[in-house]
Design a protein around this ligand. Structure first.
Ligand code: TGC
Ligand code: FAD
Length: 389
């Protein structure tokens, strides 16, 4: 019998340190994932379909822009946002991606840098899930170096004319609103493009092997006329998009723990019931060492995420700390998913089991929002003072 006083997915009892409100948030998202995501996600992945029908339910639980104050947003703390991401990604990284982009990459910058009119126009509808947002930073020639973006906006009278393209944009083809970052004569600025603006098109990227239950698109801008009132007035420079990435990477550091937990949970059941050489798979030393290693990795990821939440609440979070956590936790989750896939044997490549789906998703998650190398180099730069990018 396993030790009944320990939760194998929470060996250091993180949950016991949560407040009642934090537990309630975690439980309600967990219920939504169990009842509404898990029953359909395998098919969505196979069919390459984002389950858009879940958006009103995500909104009804207050999960869109959950940490923002006002405008119909829930105003939850940083830890709650982390727990939301963790529970959603236990279902699928694609669902967490949707919420990350809507909340951290589109609503957050409007809240932080938008005019009063922009906040009133967009945020309540986005919190209700009636308006979907996307975030266009990456370009086809190289996403790791956004300072070198080619998309350009020139001022014409009081308006702007935007030309260029963006690549790999989550929610792109279903978005009502695209926050597009473009170079201008004064530096990088954020432009709020609405669906249907002349010269603005989105093209779905089909045939992905990863994040198949998520929409990914390319965006094209051909002399798009953007009125002055659609430019974010509160920020100029790369720090605008990078500050949004800090919010979203924080959520990813939490989210991937959920994916890893889902894989380990399934493997624990499987290894207990599968019998080989006259004993259960779980009875073998080599298997136990691998299970213990997974639990160690999950526990370390949880402790990093928890301290990250405390630093965020305190307002002292440094982007380098977020880089280290995003790197560590994505690497841990991907290694766990791959190892679970292996320990399931042939069954590990079947759609009946979750690890291969999580593993394939995590190949994107370790790449987007800054690749593993980019985060390693950010930490290296902080340690040495030398910019090695
Ligand atoms: P660097 O010199 O480091 O910084 C330029 C300016 O930005 C400031 N800054 C920040 N400000 C606020 N918050 C942050 N987190 C900040 N990080 C940096 C910095 O102080 C500086 O300000 P100033 O006033 O001195 O100009 O810039 P760099 O050109 O050296 O680049 C650094 C590097 C490589 C780390 C950065 O370019 C980078 O992070 N590259 C990776 C790009 C990336 O992550 N793209 C993600 C695209 S979005 C996405 O993937 C969404 S997936 C969503 C989903 O589906 O879940
Ligand atoms: P590149 O920047 O071309 O990098 C290629 C390789 O070179 C990587 O391994 C990288 O680590 C390595 N490398 C780069 N620089 C160095 C260096 N100096 N030293 C050593 N190695 C280096 N972007 C958005 O703007 N919005 C979105 O919503 C969004 N959603 C995404 C969804 C998915 C499913 C995916 C896959 C990507 C998404 N992205 C999005 C883009 C993502 O952020 C980029 O893919 C990522 O930043 C890497 O950029 P790139 O693909 O152009 O690779």
């Amino acid at each position: 019998m396993p030790n009944p006083s320990l939760d194998p997915l929470d060996l250091f009892a993180l949950r016991e340190s949560l407040t009642e409100e934090e537990r309630m948030v975690q439980d309600s998202v967990r219920r939504l994932v169990n009842e509404r995501v898990l029953p359909i996600i395998r098919e969505c992945f196979e069919e390459h379909r984002f389950p858009r029908e879940l958006v009103p339910e995500l909104a009804a639980l207050g999960l869109l822009g959950s940490s923002l104050e006002g405008y119909g947003c829930a105003g939850l703390n940083a830890l709650c946002y982390g727990l939301i991401c963790q529970e959603l990604e236990r279902g699928d990284s694609g669902i967490r991606s949707f919420v990350s982009v809507q909340s951290s990459l589109c609503m957050f910058p409007i809240h932080a840098y938008g005019s009063d009119a922009q906040k009133l126009q967009y945020l309540p509808g986005m919190a209700r899930g009636e308006l979907i947002g996307c975030f266009g930073l990456t370009e086809p020639h190289g996403g790791s170096d956004p300072a070198n973006m080619k998309t350009y906006a020139r001022q014409r009278g009081r308006d702007w004319v935007l030309n260029g393209s963006k690549m790999w944009i989550t929610n792109g083809s279903i978005a009502d609103l695209a926050l597009v970052w473009a170079q201008t004569d004064d530096g990088i600025r954020g432009f709020l493009l609405e669906k249907g603006m002349r010269g603005f098109t989105a093209q779905l990227i089909e045939r992905k092997f990863s994040l198949r239950a998520s929409i990914t698109s390319a965006l094209f801008f051909d002399d798009v006329l953007v009125p002055e009132q659609n430019v974010l007035p509160g920020v100029i420079g790369l720090k605008g998009p990078l500050s949004c990435l800090t919010q979203a990477r924080y959520g990813i550091a939490w989210g991937v723990i959920g994916a890893a937990q889902a894989c380990l949970e399934q493997l624990l059941e499987y290894s207990a019931s599968r019998s080989l050489f006259g004993r259960s798979l779980a009875h073998n030393q080599a298997v136990q060492v691998r299970l213990a290693e997974m639990a160690r990795q999950i526990t370390c990821a949880q402790m990093l995420a928890l301290q990250l939440a405390r630093l965020k609440e305190r307002g002292t979070l440094d982007p380098v700390q977020v880089s280290l956590a995003k790197w560590n936790n994505c690497r841990a989750a991907l290694d766990i998913a791959r190892d679970c896939r292996d320990l399931l044997g042939g069954a590990g490549i079947s759609a009946e089991y979750a690890p291969i789906r999580h593993m394939l998703n995590l190949e994107s998650v370790i790449t987007y929002e800054g690749t593993e190398t980019i985060h390693q180099l950010s930490v290296g730069r902080a340690l040495t003072g030398h910019n090695a990018f």
